[in-house]
Write a protein of this length. Structure first.
Length: 484
């Protein structure tokens, strides 16, 4: 076991702050980490913080629309979908179940006024609307516009609750869909700007700016016999209907990476992000040299705002790009403008079998990043991150250190990628949506259903303080505001 420097001083600090001293993580070869588990009760909710290990409680799969409370963390959870009641179908392969869930985190599944949810699932075109109030399945989007056969990357408009943006037919065009009328139309076909293009994509993980004005796309085109070669990355201004900047691929020094694992806009619309290794951040005109971030190579992450309103990416640290490997095994964030890495936690002490998804799409509650974990069901639960959804505070503050707020258990047994919970915020930060097979993998006949977690109504003010919460909301509201 390693010895801490100045053990007595560290112990004194922990006692002064009311911080519990954690145990040695045997999986971390003797590295010591601390549990900052100062639980607090505010406005009737017991907030559970830290990395203490809690067993997932044995709970029967709940009925659709009947809320239950996580016995450990106290959050209210409601099942949204049900194969029989919603008349979902099994997947064609014999023995598979049905599914309804967020397809991937990192963008909002609720519309501008929070009246609809758009999930992916076993019904109609595969893009399915649910009513938020009643949790009833409303309809699937028209198969003339969207379908199972091709990713369409739907993104809700920030201001009009009936409108979403997508691409499919033609695959080189950004289109608009009205969910009330089922009418759809092409906004701009980029084949006119890039003759020979085969498609545009954000690779599922990208998003537009908070105000839905700016979109970043990877353009694919035929090159050297490859029909889907990475040809360019560009930024499109939807309001002025013009390309404001572009860069041809490959980028010098990044040959072989193309546009990376994904592309997308920053919340403010000022920056274009490329999921290369390391990640690159360009201004939207591509006029300045890019900022290189301390993360990349296709590892999971998301972009959002920290508790100062600055744009950052949130991710699991790693030695490949972290200065001197300082964030290895920890959670970290990196400032988009400066490229400075901020290590948020001590060693997570994670098992090699546990993976994570990240989401920072809570537009109006900046300063927190959402993590959901996935793994096969272990013979015995041994690690605090198993079956978990939790929030990590995105702050440069060191004393007291960033908090980890435990939200709920997922009851997910991962057999394949589709079983992942893909937890994602709603745009207001009031709810979290995730998928769960409740212990039976999809390919073994398990039905994956969508669930919603209702966070305490005043959680943001409880944890940030009223004055700070108000200032941060104003920053986010200005980014999302319609300015044209």
């Amino acid at each position: 076991m390693k010895l801490l420097r100045s053990v007595s001083a560290t112990l004194f600090l922990c006692l002064a702050l009311g911080i519990g001293l954690g145990e040695v993580d045997a999986e971390n070869k003797g590295d010591i980490y601390f549990e900052y588990d100062i639980n607090s009760k505010k406005n009737g909710h017991e907030y559970v913080f830290g990395t203490r290990h809690y067993q997932q409680p044995g709970i029967l799969k709940p009925d659709k629309g009947v809320p239950y409370f996580d016995p450990v963390f106290g959050t209210k959870i409601t099942r949204i979908s049900d194969r029989k009641l919603d008349r979902l179908r099994f997947r064609p392969k014999k023995g598979y179940g049905s599914y309804m869930h967020p397809a991937y985190p990192k963008h909002n599944y609720d519309n501008a006024d929070g009246s609809y949810l758009l999930f992916y699932g076993s019904f109609g075109s595969g893009k399915v609307l649910y009513d938020v109030e009643s949790l009833k399945l409303v309809k699937s989007l028209s198969t003339r516009a969207v379908n199972w056969s091709q990713p369409v990357e739907p993104r809700w408009d920030a201001h009009d609750p009936d409108i979403l943006y997508y691409h499919r037919s033609p695959p080189t065009a950004l289109s608009r869909y009205n969910v009330k009328t089922d009418r759809f139309e092409v906004i701009h076909d980029f084949n006119e700007d890039f003759p020979g293009a085969t498609c545009i994509t954000m690779c599922e993980e990208g998003d537009c700016s908070y105000d839905s004005r700016y979109f970043a796309f990877l353009l694919r085109a035929s090159r050297g016999g490859d029909k889907w070669a990475h040809a360019a990355v560009f930024c499109y201004d939807r309001v002025e209907d013009r390309i404001v900047g572009k860069i041809e691929l490959p980028i010098p020094g990044f040959e072989g990476q193309g546009g990376g694992n994904w592309v997308g806009m920053s919340p403010s619309g000022k920056h274009v992000l490329l999921g290369t290794g390391p990640m690159l951040v360009y201004d939207r005109e591509f006029e300045k040299p890019p900022v290189k971030l301390t993360h990349g190579g296709g590892w999971h992450c998301d972009v959002g705002l920290d508790d100062e309103g600055r744009e950052v990416i949130f991710y699991p640290g790693g030695r490949a790009y972290s200065p001197n490997g300082q964030s290895d095994g920890c959670y970290a964030m990196c400032d988009l403008e400066t490229g400075t890495e901020i290590v948020l936690t001590g060693k997570i002490g994670n098992s090699d079998t546990i993976g994570m998804h990240f989401d920072c799409s809570c537009i109006f509650t900046p300063g927190w990043g959402l993590v959901s974990t996935y793994h096969p069901a272990p013979a015995k639960q041994t690690h605090w991150t198993e079956y978990s959804i939790y929030l990590v505070e995105l702050t440069r503050r060191k004393n007291p250190p960033p908090r980890i707020w435990r939200i709920c258990h997922t009851h997910v047994n991962r057999g394949s990628y589709i079983d992942d919970p893909f937890a994602t915020f709603d745009r207001s930060g009031a709810k979290i949506f995730f998928g769960s097979n409740w212990g039976t993998p999809f390919k073994k006949g398990g039905d994956i259903d969508a669930y919603q977690v209702e966070l305490p109504p005043n959680w943001y003010e409880d944890l940030m303080g009223r004055e700070k919460a108000g200032k941060l909301r104003k920053i986010a509201e200005e980014m999302a505001r319609k300015k044209w």
